[in-house]
Design a protein around this ligand. Structure first.
Ligand code: RAM
Length: 497
């Protein structure tokens, strides 16, 4: 499902004052040296031979390899590859066979020469991995390469030791929580990254979920503040907030706009202000946040329904063929109460009243358009996504929402939930429908199935019925430590137990 947005001559609107405040909240990364577990690693390697190292769990960091030799003095360079894998099965993939629509530059493999041995090779990139494989492509007949040491300087803005274990009394729930905490920690770098393997940047939809999980675990309010200022500090010329930012170097807004992600900005700001009481951020960011809602309202017809342009620009999920009209409407109705909250915090009664009126009108219109009394139907299509967003938009009563959600979940569907992002919102919807039992069961079934597959961190894309699924046309570029997957900790610590 190819999705590439490109705007000719896109020049983001930057606000130096906001970017300075973002810079002031930049974290100092914690570093630690990690070594591989002792394994069955050969002591010398000839042409075509390899050694695989297991670092025990997932790490984000920089690798150093010390190479020596045995035999005669090296009379040719050691020519070798270093491959990194978040999961061992990645080594079974063939990078040359990847023909997907995002760059193969994300594949974590380096081919190197060592002209002089012994030597210490420090790889320049930052990698995300648990496993490292060193393969000698060629040496000469006179010597063999001896890997004498390998270590990783791991980096993160978070320290898992800070977060007490869940201690729920249920081993599986504790394990899911620990994996979620590790997932979040690995994604907490200079910003809340979406995935340390890929895309290594600040995505708005992912960020809102990371912030929620962070409040329940690391409580790093400064990093949330920083990201809120970054999104506002570099935006579209018409004040729309970009779907993601590049933050390696100077912050730059990407020329991609997802209408549903933009609405998560006021949501995230309201949640942050509530928790932090940060009045300065509220006053600096209030207008920009509400602009995201105002813009959506300007893309809403007299019938109270968001227009096609808005629907087209939503992300919602990676599910191919999903009709997103009901979802898009639901996201607006989900965001409006947060806009009302923000307006109240700022004493902006006029706006609060306007949003309340839009909410009322939008809900009534949505019920008439997208609900047939039992199912949520989006242009003739029934999907879990539509039921989730109609529920979250407050369009259905609790009983209607429960019936619509459980009904659609109990039947096979041609439009399954693909990303943990949407599974997060399913749990929120089940809680809104007052069915915490179903929410807990789903958490156990979905995130538990990743844990059962040996996950050290939770994945970007996961459909237990189709474990090899990739929206990109090749699993080798999927990320297996992905921010939008980290919210079990939020549910377990704040909502479910
Ligand atoms: C992918 C990334 C990111 C997500 C977008 C929509 O490119 O995984 O996390 O927010 O999709």
């Amino acid at each position: 499902m190819e999705r590439v947005s490109r705007i000719e001559n896109f020049i983001p609107k930057n606000d130096a004052r906001l970017l300075e405040k973002a810079e002031a909240a930049k974290p100092v990364l914690k570093e630690r040296t990690v070594l591989p577990q002792q394994g069955n690693v050969p002591c010398s390697l000839g042409a075509g031979e390899s050694a695989t190292y297991d670092f025990g769990t997932h790490w984000v960091g920089y690798l150093t390899v010390k190479l020596g030799y045995s035999g005669s003095h090296p009379d040719a360079p050691a020519y070798f590859t270093v491959q990194f894998a978040e999961r061992l099965s990645e080594f079974e993939e063939n990078p040359a066979a990847y023909r997907g629509w995002i760059s193969k530059g994300w594949i974590q493999t380096e081919t190197l020469h060592a002209d002089r041995l012994p030597c210490v090779v420090s790889l320049p990139r930052r990698y995300a991995f648990r496993y490292v494989r060193l393969t000698v492509l060629d040496v000469s007949r006179k010597y063999r390469v001896v890997p004498e040491g390998i270590e990783c300087r791991a980096v993160s803005a978070a320290d898992c030791a800070f977060v007490p274990a869940l201690g729920s009394g249920d081993e599986m729930l504790d394990r899911i929580d620990a994996i979620a905490v590790k997932t979040l920690a690995e994604c907490m770098q200079d910003v809340f990254e979406d995935g340390p393997k890929r895309d290594r940047r600040l995505w708005l939809g992912d960020f809102r979920l990371q912030a929620l999980a962070n409040y329940a675990t690391f409580r790093n309010l400064a990093l949330v503040r920083r990201c809120l200022y970054l999104f506002a500090g570099t935006r579209f010329p018409d004040d729309r907030i970009a779907a993601c930012l590049f933050t390696d170097g100077e912050a730059v807004a990407d020329d991609t706009w997802f209408s549903d992600y933009a609405l998560m900005y006021p949501v995230a700001l309201a949640e942050y202000c509530q928790r932090s009481g940060d009045k300065e951020a509220l006053s600096d960011l209030y207008e920009i946040a509400q602009k995201q809602i105002d813009l959506t309202l300007s893309m809403t017809g007299a019938d109270g329904i968001v227009n096609e342009e808005f629907v087209e620009a939503t992300f919602i999920d990676w599910c191919a063929g999903l009709d997103k009209a009901a979802c898009a409407q639901g996201v607006l109705l989900y965001a409006l109460p947060y806009g009302i909250q923000l307006a109240k915090m700022c004493g902006d009664e006029t706006r609060a009243a306007r949003y309340r009126e839009a909410l009322e009108r939008g809900r009534t219109a949505a019920k008439a358009r997208f609900f047939d009394g039992r199912h949520c139907v989006s242009n003739g299509q029934i999907s879990p996504a539509s039921a989730i967003w109609m529920t979250l938009g407050g369009v259905l009563t609790e009983a209607e929402a429960r019936e619509a959600l459980l009904g659609v979940l109990s039947r096979p569907t041609a439009y399954p939930m693909v990303s943990p992002y949407l599974h997060h919102y399913l749990l929120e919807a089940l809680l809104k429908a007052n069915d915490p039992k179903a929410a807990k069961e789903h958490l156990l079934a979905y995130w538990g199935s990743m844990a059962a597959c040996g996950a050290d961190t939770f994945f970007e894309v996961w459909n237990p019925l189709d474990p090899d699924a990739s929206p990109y046309g090749g699993k080798i570029v999927n990320s297996f430590c992905h921010a939008w997957s980290c919210t079990p900790s939020y549910f377990l610590r704040n909502r479910l137990l």
